[in-house]
Ligand binder design. Structure first.
Ligand SMILES: [Zn+2]
Length: 461
């Protein structure tokens, strides 16, 4: 993919002296911000491992499992997660996000669904989410204490809907999704103890109800949308802790990031952003961008965010082992904690960068009456955008209309327009990001050409 030259450094020079400085010989700051390097360096493989082992020790964390025991089931697990968040830092606002559910689909009885939320307030209310689901499932009930053991395999259909389903059967969920839960908790610690104040408010959530249909995340996202709370990004992590695939292939050097299209959706913009930042801060790790919502026929909680147009992606390990998912074999022994730590570092770098940056500039007018992109004198690209609070400059990107990655960019100062003579808006895609004084850059908002609306042809009777 295209690599971008010196985003931070160029931004600093340009912000100070506008465009001409970009061509001068004066030294620029390095690409990497030491503060983000420190976040990345703070990720602890040992803590990730200890968290996964503890989560698996609850036996099951099924959303419909026991909530009274202090040692087994989802109730004990969530109280432990809550207490861990509380122990990390007084800066974290920790809460149970409770939702009383009626029976629906795989939720076969009334249940109180509880997400665990830790909020690190920033300078603004817009939110950057880092998430994983702490609930687990074992639909075949392979545990010896399950009277319906093996029934799912024999009779087909949805085992979770059957009355004999044992929700207390062993479902340790070390990787699915103890890995994403541990990553979320570790980043809460890393960010809350960093001493940094972020522009965005960081929200660390471990979801419940994922295995019954992404219910905990959806219940939360519905309320976010209703309250019109701005969401800059959701980094969702689900099955990110094993480097050994069921096919015997080992890959500890790459991670897959899935994002819903089309190609200039906010979700793809977030995916490209993560790939770019990871190249700077975790260069030994390869980001494999996947131009689809998720793996074939499978899903996770990021879709509850994309449902409301909140930019969201899901991280997936390079090569899964399906024999260790949704059963009693999903144990810590099947994991690679060095690999999980690498994936946590990618999340830390990208979430840190985006949370330090301003909000992305606006590129649409209310009602869409005045286009923010036009042909200028007839053959130019004339771009406009609205100011982002905290920005001292803007970087305009463009690429061939058939290309997937940005190819060219230009930094401009504190203005809200740019004219590129003789660059055809018909042949290129354009986008714009906001840059602050420290060179941190927002997501790129792309100017998308709307699909043509066709009218049916009226025939004479
Ligand atoms: Zn999962």
């Amino acid at each position: 993919m295209i690599r971008f030259a010196c985003v931070r450094g160029a931004a600093l020079v340009g912000a100070a002296a506008l465009v001409p400085a970009l061509t001068s010989a004066q030294p620029s700051r390095p690409d990497a911000d030491p503060r983000i390097e420190a976040l990345v360096a703070s990720v602890s493989q040992e803590r990730l491992q200890a968290t996964v082992i503890k989560l698996a020790s609850f036996g099951t964390r099924s959303t419909l499992s026991d909530t009274v025991s202090t040692t087994r089931g989802i109730g004990a697990a969530r109280r432990w997660i809550f207490d861990e968040f509380r122990r990390m830092s007084p800066k974290l606002q920790v809460a149970f996000d409770r939702h009383l559910l009626a029976p629906q689909g795989r939720i076969t009885r009334e249940v109180e669904l509880v997400n665990v939320v830790a909020i690190l307030p920033g300078k603004t209310d817009r939110r950057v989410y880092i998430t994983g689901h702490y609930d687990t499932v074992n639909p075949r009930g392979n545990a010896p204490n399950n009277p319906g053991a093996g029934a799912g395999a024999r009779t087909g259909g949805d085992a979770q809907m059957r009355p004999e389903m044992d929700h207390n059967a062993d479902a340790p969920g070390a990787n699915d999704d103890g890995s994403g839960t541990a990553l979320t908790m570790e980043l809460a610690r890393v960010f809350a103890t960093s001493g940094l104040t972020f522009d965005a408010t960081l929200v660390f959530v471990t979801w419940a109800g994922e295995e019954q249909g992404l219910i905990g995340a959806m219940a939360h996202a519905q309320l976010l949308a209703a309250a019109k709370i701005p969401v800059t990004a959701n980094f969702n992590n689900d099955i990110v802790g094993s480097s050994l695939g069921g096919n015997g292939i080992i890959d500890a050097e790459s991670v897959r990031i899935y994002s819903l299209g089309p190609e200039d959706s906010p979700h793809r913009s977030l995916a490209r952003y993560i790939a770019r930042v990871a190249g700077t801060y975790v260069p030994s790790h390869t980001i494999r961008l996947m131009a689809r919502e998720d793996r074939f026929g499978r899903g996770s909680d990021h879709s509850s965010f994309t449902a409301f147009d909140f930019p969201a992606v899901v991280f997936r390990e390079a090569n899964e082992n399906y024999q260790r998912q949704h059963n009693a074999e999903d144990k810590p022994e099947g994991m690679d904690f060095r690999y999980l730590a690498q994936n946590a570092r990618v999340n830390a770098a990208a979430a840190g960068s985006i949370a330090l940056a301003p909000a992305a500039p606006g590129i649409s007018t209310p009602g869409g009456t005045a286009p923010m992109i036009s042909r200028g004198s007839g053959y130019d690209a004339a771009l406009q955008w609205t100011r982002s609070a905290g920005a001292v400059g803007y970087r305009v990107y463009w690429r061939n209309a058939w290309s997937n990655d940005w190819e060219r960019s230009r930094l401009v100062g504190d203005t809200t327009r740019l004219l590129l003579p003789n660059v055809s808006i018909d042949d290129y895609v354009f986008g714009v990001a906001a840059v602050n004084a420290e060179g941190h850059e927002s997501l790129i908002n792309a100017y998308v050409s709307p699909n043509r609306r066709m009218s049916p042809v009226v025939r004479r009777p």
